[in-house]
Design a protein around this ligand. Structure first.
Ligand SMILES: Cc1cc2nc3c(=O)[nH]c(=O)nc-3n(C[C@H](O)[C@H](O)[C@H](O)COP(=O)(O)OP(=O)(O)OC[C@H]3O[C@@H](n4cnc5c(N)ncnc54)[C@H](O)[C@@H]3O)c2cc1C
Length: 508
């Protein structure tokens, strides 16, 4: 784990820690924050409570199986187009590589450095005319291939500082070179590179490790319960109300509820929940052996990727614009400020998972794309036609730029948000809690200050409808245009499901 700093840099203004902190959500953002706070002397007299829909006292019930942080695998890469995220991921990878003792983060199969094949297509598919516009403040639009080229430049410069690592990064100038590096007989994309310094983590096992680290501090109380609203007085958030009527009070509330955050706090159109498709296929022992040395393969033009199999299960997924799921909320989320009237019919995109809907399936459009990935990347006839053992919809909290949203709320005292994961936060498990704690203490890393800041809300972009009486559509303003997404922007889950013959139910 990254070293936990105990004092603020000299430039930071004096920080007075709260006497109690409530963290809503125990995904990678919430739980790593709890660990960082618990380890810092400056918070030694502060009580720390984590509340989650999951129940940490029940074996197997934590982490909540439908949280984004829970899955068989997550890619761990410093392969970013943005140098700040590349550097932060490099810092995280140093922790993932620690395997000296069974308790080390990367030990016991939690981290596997299989390499990453990152590719793009020379001619990316045209986005449809109906695509929603990118939100205010979005970066210039990149294609998947642009992203791969910029990532190559960043990774090459990181590797240049370490000749041993540099020898493990190789450009792949055409589909034949990509095919040779993939080693399955398949290929994807027209240009790319392989970075043998990247790999994947067992997400469920890593979250269990993180929970254990938090519990070892004996500083954090866990509460199982679903927060339905934030408690507040005229100016200040004072706690959270649970669905069973309990109220948890705290001086500082940190909302780290992932894709569910917009249901509790009006994010002013800065982030929206998008559902992503995954499929899992059972494979034979012989197939597993044949795939034993394959790298992770990710095509940033289509968003399609495959992670090497484990326990005879192969996972295929798509990092895409995703589906939105508009829901009219029974409780209005916390408005943008105390003077902002709550909207009449607050509607936001929220996760729909098989924990809530046991008959949930993935849309046919998504299932067909996963099949396309298999045909391209592992073109074995017996595998390509094999039914999914299970499928899943997993939910991002997407921002327009792909930057996280980690900041104090500008309209309310006592409220901090740590969300907007944009589908790429898991790899930061060993370091993100410390960065969030820095931000809480007023010392956000300078390179992330603007990226992670709460962005001024435009009047038309209130996630829960504007105070002017119209219920505006937050999702129409948020399309992640960082160049890493495939698929079609603006698909509505219910519409896509209505078109779908069901392949197999989704199970979280
Ligand atoms: C399909 C998919 C593939 C991905 N692949 C990668 C990858 O390869 N590499 C990578 O780095 N990242 C990847 N990510 C992204 C990564 O998983 C997320 O960025 C990260 O897990 C987000 O963590 P979080 O804590 O914000 O959200 P979550 O993990 O979703 O945690 C939010 C928590 O809040 C709780 N909660 C929500 N609402 C309430 C409430 N009202 N009351 C109480 N508790 C509540 C939930 O139960 C949940 O436990 C992927 C994500 C998905 C979905």
């Amino acid at each position: 784990m990254a070293s936990s700093s105990t004092s603020l840099p000299p430039s930071a203004s004096p920080f007075s820690p709260p006497s109690s902190i409530l963290i809503v959500g125990s995904g990678v953002f919430g739980l790593s924050t709890a660990l960082a706070l618990a380890r810092r002397h400056v918070f030694a007299r502060c009580s720390i409570t984590v509340v989650d829909r999951s129940d940490p006292s029940q074996p197997g019930a934590f982490p909540s199986p439908d949280a984004a942080s829970v899955d068989t695998s997550r890619i761990v890469r410093a392969d970013y187009a943005d140098p700040a995220y590349a550097a932060l991921a490099d810092e995280a990878q140093a922790e993932w590589r620690k395997q000296d003792t069974p308790a080390s983060l990367g030990a016991q199969g939690r981290y596997n450095e299989t390499g990453l094949l990152l590719v793009g297509d020379a001619t990316p598919p045209e986005p449809p005319a109906a695509a929603a516009p990118a939100g205010e403040g979005s970066k210039p639009k990149l294609t998947g291939l642009d992203y791969v080229r910029m990532s190559w430049a960043n990774v090459s410069s990181l590797a240049a500082k370490n000749p041993e690592l540099a020898a493990r990064v190789q450009e792949l100038p055409d589909p034949d070179a990509i095919r040779a590096a993939l080693g399955t007989g398949g290929s994807s994309g027209s240009w790319g590179y392989i970075n043998k310094n990247s790999g994947w983590a067992d997400a469920t096992a890593s979250m269990a490790w993180l929970l254990d680290q938090v519990q070892q501090t004996r500083r954090v109380d866990f509460v199982a319960g679903t927060v339905v609203s934030l408690e507040h007085d005229e100016t200040t958030v004072t706690g959270a109300k649970l669905s069973d009527g309990r109220v948890l009070s705290a001086d500082l509330v940190i909302v780290a509820a992932g894709a569910w955050t917009g249901g509790l706090v009006d994010l002013g159109g800065q982030a929206v929940a998008t559902g992503q498709v995954l499929g899992y296929i059972d494979i034979t022992e012989a197939e597993q052996e044949k795939l034993a040395n394959m790298p992770v393969v990710l095509n940033l033009s289509t968003g399609l990727f495959i992670i090497p199999p484990t326990d005879r299960v192969l996972k295929i997924a798509r990092h895409a614009y995703g589906y939105i799921n508009p829901v009219t909320l029974p409780h209005p989320p916390l408005p943008l400020s105390p003077t902002h009237p709550p909207p009449a019919n607050p509607t936001v995109s929220l996760p729909r998972t098989s924990l809530i809907d046991s008959n949930l399936s993935i849309p046919a459009e998504g299932a067909a794309d996963l099949r396309r990935a298999l045909r391209e990347m592992i073109p074995w006839p017996a595998l390509c036609s094999r039914p999914f053992r299970r499928t899943r919809l997993c939910w991002y909290s997407d921002t327009a730029t792909g930057d996280f949203l980690i900041d104090y709320h500008p309209g309310w005292r006592g409220l901090f948000v740590a969300t907007g994961d944009s589908g790429h936060a898991f790899k930061f498990l060993p370091v993100i809690g410390d960065k969030i704690a820095d931000c809480i203490a007023g010392a956000c890393p300078p390179e992330f200050r603007a990226k992670w800041a709460w962005k001024a809300a435009s009047a038309s972009a209130s996630a829960a409808g504007s105070g002017s009486g119209s219920d505006s559509l937050a999702w129409s303003t948020v399309v992640t245009e960082d160049g890493s997404r495939g698929g079609t922007p603006g698909l509505v889950l219910a519409d896509e499901l209505a078109k779908s013959p069901k392949e197999v139910p989704a199970h979280d």
